[in-house]
Design a protein around this ligand. Structure first.
Ligand code: DGJ
Length: 688
């Protein structure tokens, strides 16, 4: 066979594959600068493009199948390669087949050159006459030369989302995986940064970001084998999720996205953000409103007069949308805490005797939109729903139904359950047509993963099929209510992935709203998510000064989640001034290009900026965190180096500081805040 080279280029990101004499597919290169790459050695020397169990006995496989005859090894050889255009680039389908078994494996590569982004996934098809078992099938498994390679990843559980870890990969395999199925991103948002030579900084070095477009558990296995042979195998968590492929069944893995940069980490985030806004997030290029939520303000203690007072104060501080969180429903079992009522979505008349409408009317009259909290995938055993349909939950026959937060997970694989969940939303919206925003929450993991919708020998399909059924449910809701804005929440940031975000406009980043922790959380989240979806509310967590809380929230999707009635006049003024500031800068925060300036990870200072596409405006945020010592006061603004600085003005917009006059910028630097930490500065830089 003549050597065949397949070049797949998406701007700075690409992969070059080649077929060896024996038909195996190898990877000649992955990353940047690959145009025109040809083999320097016999193709068979290069790493396999998609390693299978049995092919490289000492290495991690990307694919493992038990064939119909019981054989467990798979050897893939090249069958065909076709390329088609799509609106933004090309789609390459490279078809491989096993040397013996009737199994096809297609590698799909969709290019998005406008975003330097490569989307990749795999489809496995059983074209034989007998069922086979698919144990593992990764979405992507590129090889890299790992000399001092470093991997950055995030996670930390509830209230610890987006804690950042960077580690040097040692010989062996480092596996990162999420678990629980419903809120996997609490533990591990599905994104990593890979710096093969370990040298990448924000502004320099070779680095790739990889995210799995998946709302269920994810698995990242970073392998360093002998002679620094590295490979990153990324896919859905396959443990407990074997697939049985009947004749003609095709399994499509979740998709992975890669962005590669030779100029450091910054460009990978900017590309991902633009892609997310323009191609993923609903209404991702629109400006989003300022939300005032009730959860941290009043919890379950709702009454008409108290809520109306909160609405009035929300209007007074300049919020644009009033969100009524948990606690408003449960006619048969009043929801005074989290022990009852999920599933019974009638208004709790003991709290709101005339229903929601008076509050909605009051809110609209005050000039705000109205939003409502729901948790449609869940049920409390103490509910009328559970009494009527105890078989509607995810459970295993003869096993205890373990509760978490006193609730069970509805089994949306059952068609009538999925219809019920969609109807929950439709009924609430039909009864209250003025609701224009929903917060969709999900507050427990899956235990005993069984479904009556799956045959006994297909129970292991649940982890994957439940994600897809939940996405179908979200799709139904989004399609039926195109004008209703949706916030994605799962005990905080449990669903921080670019798959689920396709049906949502923003997400609740973390229940941890202590602004000191939030500096690090929002820093971490910025490696995947554009700030337009990173909800950041001013609360009382951590009991920090309100101006500092406002300064931190201003760098995300600004909002409030605190008792606005009980605020001191001084703090209320700071909140109102901050909301006004946000209206001036939110086009930059929500739609601008992010430049991370100083990492708060392992340090006591963090800073970042958002810049308009034309470079004429930027907003800069700088935070000094507790224990920070006075020291170097210079905060460099690298994108301004070499520019005509006298063409720019700078204005201090720091919450709580008397407004300062506009002054010429004069230098490509600013000063860190003078005040004792926690302290912040917010500046607006504008071309004159
Ligand atoms: C968990 C969410 O993260 C919170 O913001 C709040 O909505 C509660 N659930 C309500 O139960």
């Amino acid at each position: 066979m003549t050597e065949r080279v397949i070049e797949v280029l998406a701007g700075t990101t690409g992969v070059v594959l080649a077929v060896a004499d024996d038909g195996r597919l190898h990877q000649l290169g992955f990353g940047s600068g690959l145009a025109g790459r040809t083999p320097d050695f016999p193709v068979g020397i290069y790493p396999l493009a998609y390693p299978t169990f049995g092919e490289e006995p000492t290495r991690e496989p990307a694919l493992r199948i038990t064939h119909a005859d019981g054989a467990t090894s798979t050897r893939l050889t090249f069958a065909s390669a076709v390329v088609e255009a799509h609106e933004h680039g090309e789609v390459h389908r490279i078809a491989l087949v096993d040397r013996v078994a009737p199994i096809g494996v297609d590698i799909l590569l969709r290019t998005w050159p406008g975003y330097d982004l490569l989307e990749t996934w795999v489809e496995v098809v059983n074209f034989g006459g007998e069922p086979v078992t698919l144990h593992e099938a990764a979405a992507t498994a590129p090889a890299f030369a790992a000399s001092s390679a470093r991997l950055t990843h995030w996670g930390g559980g509830w209230a610890g989302e987006w804690s950042e870890t960077t580690e040097t990969l040692a010989h062996g395999t480092k596996v990162l995986a999420s678990a629980g199925g419903v809120r996997p991103s609490l533990h591990l948002p599905p994104v990593v940064l890979l710096s093969p030579d370990g040298s990448a900084t924000e502004e320099s070095g070779s680095v790739g970001v990889c995210t799995l477009v998946w709302g269920g558990d994810a698995r990242f296995a970073a392998e360093v084998a002998q002679h620094h042979q590295g490979r990153l195998i990324v896919g859905h968590q396959d443990r407990g999720a074997e697939r049985h492929l009947d004749p003609d069944d095709r399994f499509e893995t979740p998709h992975a996205l890669w962005v590669w940069s030779e100029a450091g980490i910054g460009p990978t985030s900017r590309s991902l953000h633009r892609f997310a806004r323009e191609q993923v997030v609903r209404g991702g290029t629109e400006i989003r409103a300022t939300v005032a939520n009730t959860w941290e303000a009043v919890g379950f203690a709702l009454d008409d007069a108290g809520l109306a007072a909160q609405v009035d104060q929300a209007a007074a501080v300049g919020a644009e949308l009033f969100l009524l969180d948990d606690g408003w429903f449960g006619s048969a079992h009043p929801r005074n805490d989290d022990t009852t009522s999920l599933g019974d979505w009638g208004v709790d008349r003991s709290k709101l005797p005339n229903g929601l409408q008076p509050l909605i009317d009051h809110t609209l009259a005050a000039g705000l939109r109205f939003g409502l909290w729901v948790e449609p995938e869940m049920v409390n055993p103490v509910s009328e729903l559970y009494k009527a349909h105890p078989d509607w939950v995810i459970a295993e026959s003869g096993r205890d139904r373990r509760e978490e937060r006193n609730q069970l997970v509805l089994d949306v694989l059952q068609p009538e359950v999925r219809r019920f969940a969609a109807d929950v939303v439709s009924r609430v919206l039909a009864d209250h047509p003025d609701i224009s925003y929903l917060k969709w929450d999900a507050n427990r993991d899956i235990t005993e993963p069984g479904s009556t919708a799956l045959a006994p020998d297909r129970q292991s399909h649940l982890p994957v099929d439940r994600v897809r059924a939940t996405w179908d449910l979200m799709d139904d809701v989004a399609r039926d209510h195109p004008d209703v804005e949706l916030m994605l929440c799962a005990s905080g940031g449990g669903r921080s992935d670019l798959g689920t975000l396709r049906w949502f406009h923003e997400l609740w980043t973390s229940d941890n709203t202590d602004p000191v922790d939030r500096v690090r959380i929002q820093w971490g989240a910025s490696h995947l998510l554009p700030a337009s979806v990173v909800a950041a509310h001013v609360t009382h967590w951590g009991l920090r000064p309100v101006p500092f809380g406002c300064a931190v929230a201003l760098s995300g999707r600004f909002g409030f989640d605190l008792d606005l009635v009980a605020l001191s006049d001084e703090d209320r003024d700071v909140c109102a001034a901050s909301a006004a500031t946000y209206r001036r800068i939110r086009d930059l925060v929500q739609q601008g290009d992010l430049h991370r300036l100083a990492s708060p990870v392992g340090t006591t200072r963090g800073a970042w900026a958002y810049r308009s596409a034309d470079g004429d405006r930027a907003v800069v945020f700088a935070y000094r965190l507790p224990d920070d010592e006075p020291g170097n006061q210079v905060l460099a603004l690298p994108w301004l180096a070499g520019k005509d600085l006298w063409a720019f003005d700078v204005e201090d917009l720091t919450p709580g500081r008397p407004s300062s006059a506009v002054a010429p910028l004069g230098a490509a630097t600013l000063s860190w805040p003078d005040a004792a930490p926690p302290s912040a500065s917010v500046w607006l830089i504008t071309r004159r």
